[in-house]
Design a protein. Structure first.
Length: 220
């Protein structure tokens, strides 16, 4: 079985590179050189912590704000009026705007922004996928010409393996492109503690405590 098909399988990558496969990879390389991927592809993430008067109300406002910007809420956890955590996705181009708008919901306590450059990975994935798809087309053509059952089974096995690699590469590429387009923003909301206002007896107690403390200092 392998003796019959091995020469054909060995020649397939060479044929792919020499014809359409090579053309597609060349196009991908030319596309990179021409500037189609010249802008850096960045996956941005951010974290923001804000103290607010009403946690549930602020959480609703944050959700509406993300959706109004063309994003969405990927996940949320609200612990009554004590605290809340929201995983938001907002357009990368409007990340700073979103951070400022969310900070305005209360008192900003902490903010951080990070970025990861995935330009090279995206370019490599696109070139690899172009070659793999070209090879898949040639395997399909070979399958159509196969005469023996052994040959059919061998080509089908190779097609299955190759398609699994293509599916994985396409999923990774989609994930990267989504990350470039939509930034992940983690929002922590906590209830702002109100300053305690003392009544007449409270002020009397504080004054008495202060007087006694000073009295012992003077005596010492």
């Amino acid at each position: 079985m392998l003796r019959t098909l091995a020469p054909a399988l060995i020649l397939l990558p060479l044929l792919g590179c020499a014809s359409a496969g090579g053309d597609e990879s060349s196009v991908a390389a030319d596309r990179t050189k021409s500037g189609a991927v010249s802008d850096r592809l960045l996956v941005k993430t951010a974290e923001l912590r804000v103290a607010v008067e009403a946690v549930a109300t602020a959480a609703d406002s944050a959700s509406a704000l993300a959706q109004g910007m063309g994003g969405y809420v990927a996940g949320s956890s609200v612990a009554g009026e004590a605290s809340a955590h929201l995983d938001l996705r907002v357009p990368a181009a409007r990340l700073d705007e979103a951070l400022d708008a969310l900070a305005a919901l209360g008192e900003e306590r902490a903010r951080s922004v990070a970025a990861s450059d995935v330009t090279a990975e995206v370019s490599d994935l696109e070139a690899t996928l172009a070659n793999q798809r070209a090879l898949r087309d040639r395997l399909r053509a070979l399958l159509a010409r196969a005469q023996k059952v052994e040959e059919v089974l061998e080509v089908e096995r190779e097609l299955t393996r190759l398609q699994t690699e293509i599916d994985g590469g396409e999923a990774r590429l989609t994930h990267l492109r989504t990350g470039v387009a939509l930034s992940a923003l983690g929002l922590e909301l906590e209830r702002r503690k109100k300053p305690r206002i003392l009544g007449p007896l409270g002020y009397l107690f504080v004054g008495t405590k202060w007087f006694v403390t000073k009295l012992f200092v003077i005596r010492d």
